[in-house]
Each structure stands twice: as structure tokens, then as C-alpha cells.
Design a protein around this ligand. Structure first.
Ligand code: AMP
Ligand code: DBH
Length: 549
């Protein structure tokens, strides 16, 4: 039977359907297949049953064992009244039970809503309300959280939400089955053209928005990513960022690994010591990180203590990787670098494994799919020539067509013909490679001079006394905005001083307006929930990176 072009799915209400001619082409050209996310995993398990799928500390779980854990966990969810179409928030860190939870929910035909484990009651309340969730699956292993206090606060805010520990899903399911209870599979699997889950947009302002992804568009995204990243059944993958984030899920992420039959190693945090020791112990081949993590690993004295010889590829994405930092990765960590520019909303760009070193350190790659349509437009909506910065707009087989239940955001973010405006300012070269030069909202207007904070940050990062830096614009009576650099020194005992940095910048042949008006030395920079630096928090009047995933 032919696959439907559009899904009659309440999770996709408010979403602009793909015009029939696009949907037909995506099906005909094979971008959209029939496999659901759980099917992908189950098919791999049929051929790779005994191979380790997940390693979490001393637990090594084969594909066959993972499938049986998922089936047993599904029994618990059914017994607790979860049905097809129900929304279930996943609030679980990078541990084995994350997979039990995600795939049990999906196998039931229910809809995971991906929180990150650093979310607390306030963000979760918003998520639960906006997704109309029935259940939240949390974990007793979230660093820094007292589970009892956390659950009490949730119950206070959301008395009707059922809260379950991921660690109990499997154990309770075993008890149910041992007691001979008839456990029905209340749900029914969703078809490939229906929404598989809700992902969070990072959202640099306000609260995160919900992005529905269909099985078929997501499966395309991670299968194509796995191809580009050369994953195979010998791949051992480790993510320094939460698995719940789109990057670690699909670019190629754990789903890409499960599609090709490799192994995912769980890291509860991204500290240099933990990451290096896991790489050495499990002969990890591929690691994913955001730039602040990559920087911390580069500057860690631990890197010489471990055997990192298995490490083939470090993927860095999520925020701009400064060229100076990019250039250090292969010489200092011994692995190849791949830049990944992606968004939970869709488009993902990669530098390719056979790109020349200059392309790898200086660009954020090119779109992964030949059917990705990228427009680079000026503010009037006119295409700019290659080599000129402009706003990025995108449409394609795995780029979403609208937020869940959010007509206002949809009206703002899409052109009438379905291009999504990401808010990124990019330069495209003649080959189609993109370099991200900033975000529309981050550009500093200093007396009419448009300044990209990334440009100043890149200069300061070249100074050996600087560990990390973030630059923001602050209101100024005379100039409109002035530049403020927050600098984390490498040596915290005798930190560098603002005056010295400013004098050094003057020797770097910079225009005077690129020298920060104010430099503040700080102990650390505020981060978003997945570890990107939060410029919003540094701006005057801000209190916390709330709302940024
Ligand atoms: P999110 O909305 O959390 O999915 O974040 C997506 C946004 O992160 C993109 O629109 C970019 O602004 C930013 N981003 C992701 N990867 C990169 C990268 N490699 N370089 C620069 N910015 C990036
Ligand atoms: O930042 C992101 O959202 C991101 C980065 C790299 C992403 O969603 C992705 C790759 O898929």
C-alpha cells in the first residue's frame, strides 16, 4: 500500500502539510521510508542480538537484552494506563534506563517529550502543560537532585501528572510478568508518517517550543547521518551532551548507532576525566560535544593520562566552534574533527570526513541531503550572493513544518511556501558549505557598527591566558550598544587582567571598535541545559538561562 502523503495525526495539528508534490518526491526518492524508530532498533537486534548495544558502567547490554528490557518496560507503562497517543516526558540522564523509557513509550505508540535532565520543576511544569503530558519518567541518578524533594515539588505543581522512575520500569515489569498478570499491549504502534515524539527547540528567547518529528523524517535524518559519519557495527559512540538532545539522538547519535549495529557508551557527565576514562576503557571511536566541552577537554591536564588511540572522530556542534580551537583538536587529541551545524527543527550540516583540513576548521559543513533547500537572504528577503552574510531559511525532507500547537510561532518562523527561518546568519561558499557568523539576535550594534560577538570571541580565545569567553552587547547611551566580554582565565590562581588582555588585543591588528568596551574576568560562564554558553544570561536584566535547551 502507498504511504499517505500527509498524516491525519492530532500531534501534527497546526503544522503546514508538505505540498503533495514534495511529499511525493520525498517518498519516490527514498528519503522517506516505512520504518518506525522502534522497528529500526528491532531489525538491528535481529541480526546483532548478541552484540553490545549499550554500556552503562559495569552493565553491558546486548541488543537482544535491550529489546527484552523494552518489552518488559512497556508492560509497566501499559499497567500504569499509558495508551497510544499519550504524551510522556522523558527526564532521564545518559543511563541505560533512558533507552528503556524512550523505546517502551514509542513501542506503545505513545509520544515521548524530550526534556533534558537539568530541567527542574519549573521548566517541567511548562513542558507538561504545553504537551498535555500524562506521565513523566525521571531517574534516581540525576546528578545534584534529591529525588524525593524533586517529586514532592512536581506533585505540588502538577498533582495529576503520574511520575515514574526509569529504574522501576524494568523491575516492576518483571514483577508484573512473574505474577502472571495479563499485560496487554494497550497501545498500538504508530505508522511511519505519524509523529514519533516531541523535541524541544532551544529557543533563545522565552520558553522552549515543541517540535513534532515523524518517524520517517527522523529515520532519514539519522540514517543519512550514520552514512556521512561512516558508522558501522564496530562503532563505539559516546556523547558528552544529553542523549535527549537532537544532536546526540540523531546526528548520528544513538539512533544512528542503533541503525548500524554499533555500541553506545553512557556518560553521566561530560567532564574530561569521565570522557577520557570511558574512551580508554571501551575503545570509543566517535564522540559528540558542544564547543565548551571540547575546549575543556583540550585544556585538561588529564588528556595524557589515558590511552585515547581508539578515538577516530570528535564531532563538535551546537554552537560556533572558534577556528583557533578547531585547529587544536587533531594535534592535541589525536582524532579527526567534524563540525556539525544542526537544529532540532531540522537541517543538519556536516563537514565531511574527506574534506580538506581548511574546510574542516573554517566551515560548519554542508547540508546532509541533496533535497535540503537552503536560502541565504537579506532582511528584505532577497537572496545574497555567495560569500555574503545573510539569514538562513530552509526547507527539506527532515525539516519540520510547524511547532506543536503554536500558531503564533509558526506565523513568525515560516514563509508562506514553508521555508523555516532559523535566525542564523550564515555565509555560503560556491560549494554550498556554510559558515555561521552569528545569530540575528546576537549581533551587536555599536554606534551603527555591526559587530558579531563570535568574531571578538575568536580573537580572545587565541590568547593563551584565556580558557573561554563570551561577548554580549549592553545598552549604552551614546553608542546604543557597547561590547562586554566575559573571560574565564585558564589559570584561576593568578588570572589575567582586563588591562593586559586589552593591550594584547591592540597588538592583534583589530579595529578599535572590535576591542571590548568592558572586559570582566569570571570563574565560569553560564550554560544552557545542554551546555552551550548562554549569552542571554549575560545580558543585563537576565537572571537565569531559563527556557534555553
Ligand atoms: P536548537 O534550537 O537548540 O536546536 O539550536 C539550534 C541552533 O544552534 C542553530 O540554529 C544555531 O544557532 C546553533 N548551532 C547549532 N550548531 C551550530 C554550529 N556548529 N555552529 C554555530 N551555531 C550552531
Ligand atoms: O544545536 C543543535 O540543535 C544541533 C547541533 C548539531 C542539532 O540539533 C543537531 C546537530 O542535530
Amino acid at each position: 500500500m502507498k504511504q499517505p502523503l500527509v498524516a491525519d495525526d492530532p500531534m501534527l495539528h497546526g503544522v503546514i502539510p508538505y505540498p503533495a508534490e514534495f511529499a511525493e518526491r520525498y517518498l519516490a526518492d527514498g528519503f522517506w521510508g516505512r520504518r518506525t524508530l522502534d522497528r529500526v532498533l528491532r531489525e538491528t537486534a535481529m541480526r546483532r542480538g548478541a552484540h553490545p548495544a549499550v554500556i552503562d558502567e559495569e552493565r553491558v547490554i546486548s541488543y537482544a537484552e535491550l529489546i527484552s528490557r523494552i518489552d518488559v518496560s512497556q508492560a509497566t507503562l501499559s499497567a500504569r494506563g499509558i495508551n497510544a497517543g499519550d504524551r510522556v516526558i522523558i527526564h532521564v540522564p545518559n543511563v541505560l534506563e533512558f533507552f528503556d523509557a524512550v523505546y517502551a513509550v514509542i513501542s506503545l505508540g505513545a509520544i515521548p517529550v524530550f526534556a533534558v535532565h537539568s530541567h527542574r520543576a519549573s521548566e517541567l511544569e511548562h513542558l507538561a502543560r504545553s504537551s498535555e503530558a500524562e506521565m513523566l519518567i525521571t531517574s534516581s541518578r540525576i546528578p545534584g537532585v534529591d529525588p524525593q524533594e524533586f517529586c514532592a515539588e512536581l506533585a505540588n505543581r502538577l498533582p495529576l501528572l503520574s511520575v515514574v522512575y526509569a529504574e522501576d520500569l524494568y523491575e516492576q515489569g518483571l514483577d508484573l510478568l512473574a505474577a502472571g498478570r495479563e499485560v496487554s499491549r494497550a497501545g498500538c504502534p504508530r505508522p511511519a508518517h505519524a509523529a514519533a515524539f516531541l523535541q524541544l527547540s532551544g529557543g533563545t528567547t522565552g520558553r522552549p517550543k515543541l517540535i513534532p518529528k515523524t518517524h520517517r523524517d527522523y529515520a532519514y535524518s539519522f540514517e543519512r547521518s550514520a552514512q556521512i559519519c561512516n558508522l558501522d557495527d564496530g562503532t563505539v559512540y559516546l556523547s558528552g551532551i544529553p542523549l535527549a538532545h537532537n544532536f546526540a539522538a540523531s546526528s548520528p547519535g544513538y539512533m544512528g548507532v542503533f541503525a548500524t549495529g554499533g555500541t553506545v557508551v553512557c556518560a553521566l557527565d561530560g567532564s574530561a576525566e569521565r570522557i577520557f576514562s570511558l574512551i580508554a576503557e571501551h575503545r570509543v571511536t566517535v564522540v559528540a560535544a558542544v564547543p565548551p566541552l571540547a575546549l575543556a577537554w583540550l585544556n585538561s591536564s588529564q588528556k595524557h593520562r589515558y590511552d585515547l588511540s581508539s578515538w577516530q572522530l570528535l564531532q563538535v556542534g551546537g554552537a560556533k566552534l572558534s577556528r583557533g580551537v578547531a585547529e587544536r583538536i587533531t594535534p592535541e587529541l589525536g582524532c579527526a574533527l567534524q563540525q556539525v551545524f544542526g537544529m532540532a527543527e531540522g537541517l543538519v550540516c556536516y563537514t565531511r570526513l574527506d574534506d580538506d583540513p581548511e574546510t574542516v576548521v573554517s566551515t560548519q559543513g554542508k547540508p546532509m541531503c541533496v533535497a535540503d533547500e537552503v536560502l541565504v537572504l537579506d532582511s528584505a528577503g532577497t537572496p545574497v550572493p555567495d560569500g555574503t552574510p545573510g539569514n538562513l531559511w530552509v526547507r527539506g525532507p527532515y525539516t519540520f513544518r510547524g511547532y506543536y500547537n503554536n500558531p503564533q510561532a509558526n506565523a513568525e518562523c515560516f514563509t508562506p511556501d514553508g521555508f523555516y527561518g532559523s535566525g542564523d546568519i550564515v555565509v555560503r561558499d560556491a560549494r554550498g558549505y556554510l559558515t555561521v557568523v552569528g545569530r540575528t539576535k546576537d549581533v551587536i550594534n555599536r554606534g551603527g557598527e555591526k559587530i558579531s560577538p563570535e568574531q571578538i570571541e575568536a580573537v580572545l580565545l587565541r590568547n593563551p591566558a584565556v580558557h573561554d569567553v563570551s561577548v554580549v552587547g549592553v545598552p549604552d547611551e551614546a553608542l546604543g550598544e557597547r561590547t562586554h566580554a566575559y573571560v574565564v582565565p585558564r589559570d584561576r590562581t593568578t588570572p589575567t587582567r582586563a588591562k593586559i588582555l586589552r593591550a594584547w588585543m591592540r597588538t592583534e591588528h583589530l579595529a578599535e571598535h572590535h576591542i571590548p568596551d568592558v572586559i570582566t574576568i569570571v570563574g565560569e560562564l553560564p550554560k544552557t541545559h545542554i551546555g552551550k554558553i548562554s549569552r542571554n544570561t549575560l545580558r543585563p536584566g537576565a537572571t537565569s538561562p531559563q527556557g534555553e535547551a
